[in-house]
Design a protein around this ligand. Sequence first.
Ligand SMILES: Nc1ncnc2c1ncn2[C@@H]1O[C@H](COP(=O)(O)OP(=O)(O)OP(=O)(O)O)[C@@H](O)[C@H]1O
Length: 348
Amino acid sequence: MASSAPIPAGPLVQLADLRVSFAGVPALRGIDLTVGRGEAVGLVGESGSGKSVTWLAALGLLPAKASVGGSARLEGRELVGAPASVLDTVRGGRIAMIFQDPASALNPVLKVGRQIAEALALHTDLSGAALRAEAKRLLDLVGIPDAGRRLDAYPHEFSGGQNQRVMIAMALAGRPDLLVADEPTTALDVTIQAQILDLLRSVRREFSMALVLISHDLGVIAETCDRVAVMYAGRIVEEAAADRLFEAARHPYSRGLIGSLPPLSGPRRRLTSIPGIVPDPRHLPTGCAFAPRCALALRSCAEADPALGAVAPGHRVACLRADAAAATLPPAPALPVGLPAGIEVQPA
Ligand SMILES: Nc1ncnc2c1ncn2[C@@H]1O[C@H](COP(=O)(O)OP(=O)(O)OP(=O)(O)O)[C@@H](O)[C@H]1O
């Protein structure tokens, strides 16, 4: 629970060389990322790039067979290898996480009011009528009409979007400093997706909370986030302010993702797709993992994996061909702010 203690200097969360492998197969290959207080950071990348594992590792939520190395600090306190007593206070209380499929995260045989109350009981001193009143307030806050009555409904009596609202209410119960939303809208209809993103933006403001939004949809990220980290095969390959990424992405993979977004205005154009598939983590190529799919790759790209280096303040890229990418690959479309998440435009 957020306290009135002085706010420590430095980032809220700092991941440094965070590494994860499963039975020797790498899933994360050294993630460096910071999240500032109140900041909204997007993590984007194809399926399997390591977006979810990054945050499951930081919160100690991976199965025991996962081998985790490197560091994940919350206000300077190390979470990797921290005892369960520390992680129990962090999870929900300081960092909450919501997932793609709310129906499977909720208990189908418990009324939603009881589930919100249980989350509140874990993180507050409330009990009895005060607990129920706070559960109703949270349900109201996340936009469930007639919240007092709906406390006594079961998850199957709610729509998918409403269940995601319930999950957000439960996540807010501990007044976390950071909400990690892992593909929160992927399972929902397009119109509902936009409403849930609106809700995330408004609760972030209301709770002065940082947000990490995980999505494979760059449009969703652009609408919501201040900063974006692009992940590929267990690494961050580019990181920049959201508007800068759209205007001046320097990694061929990021430019490929942007090129696959429909333009908001101007002439329709053929959408590009990135050829090839994500490499099998058991057989990663030597050098840059994107090189086999990259139109600009040189022989040197297959020799060493480039480090994530600064190309401008706040803009880091891991690519030997970053200059060539900016000069030769198709220009990025306009920043898709306001684009309803997931809306597809037919290629011209
Ligand atoms: N419990 C697990 N056991 C073995 N491998 C795992 C486990 N969880 C994740 N992985 C592997 O770790 C890698 C990263 O997975 P992760 O779920 O983080 O990807 P992602 O970018 O979030 O993808 P998606 O968008 O599909 O959720 C993948 O290769 C995945 O197969």
